[in-house]
Ligand binder design. Structure first.
Ligand SMILES: Cc1cc2nc3c(=O)[nH]c(=O)nc-3n(C[C@H](O)[C@H](O)[C@H](O)COP(=O)(O)O)c2cc1C
Length: 357
C-alpha cells in the first residue's frame, strides 16, 4: 500500500461522521515531505511557547518521526545573534533530524533571507506559517492574515522556494480560511494550488478558520475534501488530535497523508508510540508514573543544557502543569507544579507525586 487514499479503500464503508471512526488501518502509508522521508505519519506540530529543542528531542526519543520548532518571526530570525538567552532558537541537536523550522512575517522581502538562516542553522524543512490567528500576528499582517491575500501569500512561497537549496523542502501551514465565506474558501484553494505549483512539498491544513481561533471543532470533512482535491500532493491534517486514537481516526476519516499532533502532544509525548502501538494492534501503552517522572526529568535535563536555572524552572513548571493531566490526582499535582517556585520545589513535586508505583 503506498498512498493515503488506499487506507480508505481498506475500510468498510460508509463512515458517516467523525465520531463514528474507530476502525484501525491495518497498514499505514509512509509519509514523505519532498525529498525527506518521514515514515510513520504522525508528526509533532509547531507549538509556540512549547516546541523548543528539549520538547522536540523528547518527542523524537518517544517515537515522533518528525517535529517542528515553534514559529519564528522573520525579522527576529534575521536579528538573532549568538547570545545566551536567544541562541537556543537556532540550536538543533544531532538526534533531532529531520526537523522543520517555521517562519512567519508580513513582507515577502524578508522571508528569503530568514529562510536561508534557518537552513544554515540545520533545519531540514522550511515551513511557512499562514495560520496563526493571534491578534498581534493578524494585526501585523502575518500568519493567518495572508489567507486574505493570495497574491502576497504566493509571492512569499516563491521567494522562500527560490532562496533555499532545492534539496530542502518548503512546506506551508494553513487554516481552512479566514472565515466561513465562499470568498475565503476560494482564496484557500488558490493558495493551496498556487503553493504546490510553486514547489511546496506538503501543506498542513488546520480545519479551523482564523476567525474561529480554537473555538469549536476542526472540520475534518473539509480536510477530507482538501485531500480529495490534492490527489497525490501531500496533505497533513491538523485539529482535534488529542489522543493516539484520534490520530488514526483522522487518517482513516480524511485520507490525509499525515497527522500533526499539537495540543495532544503537550505533556503527552507518548502519543506517538501509542499511535504506533494501535496500528500494530497492540494494547494502548499507558505511561506509568515512573515513566512519566523519567521523561519529565529527561526534559528538565535537556532544558538545563541551554538555559539558566530560572528559565528551566519556568519552562518545567509550565510543562509539569501539562504532564499533570495524566496523573490520577491531576488537580492536586497541577496545583503543586503551578506553585513550585524553583527547581528544588519542582523536583519535590516529582518526589511527592511520582515516586510510588
Ligand atoms: C499553544 C499553541 C501554540 C501553537 N503554535 C503554533 C505554531 O507556532 N505554529 C503553527 O503552525 N501552529 C501553531 N499552533 C497550532 C497547532 O499546530 C495546531 O494546528 C492546532 O493546535 C490544532 O490542533 P489541535 O486542535 O490538535 O491542538 C499552536 C497551537 C497551540 C495550542
Amino acid at each position: 500500500m503506498t498512498n493515503a487514499t488506499s487506507i480508505l479503500e481498506t475500510l468498510p464503508p460508509p463512515i458517516r461522521t467523525q465520531a463514528d471512526v474507530r476502525t484501525l488501518p491495518r497498514e499505514l502509508p509512509s509519509l514523505r515531505i519532498g525529498s525527506v522521508p518521514i515514515g510513520f505519519p504522525v508528526v509533532q506540530a509547531a507549538l509556540s511557547g512549547y516546541s523548543d529543542g528539549p520538547m522536540r528531542i523528547v518527542a523524537r526519543r518517544l517515537g515522533a518521526p518528525y517535529t517542528l520548532a515553534e514559529v519564528m518571526i522573520d525579522k527576529f530570525i534575521l536579528e538573532l545573534k549568538n547570545r545566551t538567552r536567544t541562541r537556543h532558537h537556532l540550536f538543533i541537536a544531532d538526534e533531532e533530524h529531520p526537523v522543520g523550522g517555521q517562519l512567519m512575517g508580513s513582507n515577502p522581502d524578508d522571508f528569503g533571507p530568514a529562510a536561508q538562516k534557518l537552513v544554515s542553522a540545520g533545519f531540514d524543512v522550511i515551513d511557512i506559517n499562514f495560520g496563526c490567528p493571534v491578534k498581534t500576528a493578524v494585526g501585523g499582517c502575518r500568519g493567518g492574515y495572508h489567507l486574505s491575500q493570495p497574491e502576497v501569500a504566493l509571492e512569499i512561497v516563491a521567494r522562500v522556494r527560490d532562496a533555499v537549496p532545492s534539496a530542502i523542502p518548503v512546506t506551508l501551514k494553513m487554516r481552512r480560511g479566514i472565515d466561513d465565506s465562499a470568498e475565503s474558501r476560494d482564496r484557500f484553494y488558490r493558495i493551496l494550488d498556487g503553493a504546490f505549483a510553486r514547489g511546496a512539498a506538503a501543506i498542513t491544513v488546520h480545519g479551523r478558520t482564523v476567525e474561529q481561533k480554537y473555538v469549536g471543532p476542526s472540520n475534518w470533512d473539509f480536510l477530507r475534501e482538501v485531500k480529495q482535491h490534492a490527489g497525490s500532493r501531500t496533505i497533513i491534517g491538523s485539529g482535534d488530535v488529542f489522543t493516539a486514537q484520534a490520530c488514526l481516526d483522522m487518517l482513516t476519516y480524511t485520507g490525509v497523508d499525515g497527522v500533526s499532533a499539537a495540543r495532544g502532544a503537550i505533556g503527552n509525548p507518548w502519543i506517538f508510540q501509542q499511535a504506533r502501538a494501535l496500528v500494530a494492534g497492540h494494547p494502548l501503552p499507558e505511561p506509568s508514573l515512573t515513566e512519566q517522572r523519567r521523561v519529565m526529568v529527561m526534559q528538565c535535563e535537556l532544558c538545563a543544557l541551554n538555559s539558566d536555572a530560572s528559565a528551566v524552572n519556568s519552562t518545567m513548571r509550565m510543562f509539569g502543569i501539562k504532564f499533570a493531566r495524566l496523573h490520577p490526582q491531576h488537580a492536586e499535582v497541577r496545583n503543586a507544579f503551578a506553585t513550585a517556585r524553583n527547581l528544588d520545589e519542582w523536583r519535590g513535586v516529582l518526589d511527592r507525586w511520582y515516586s510510588s508505583e
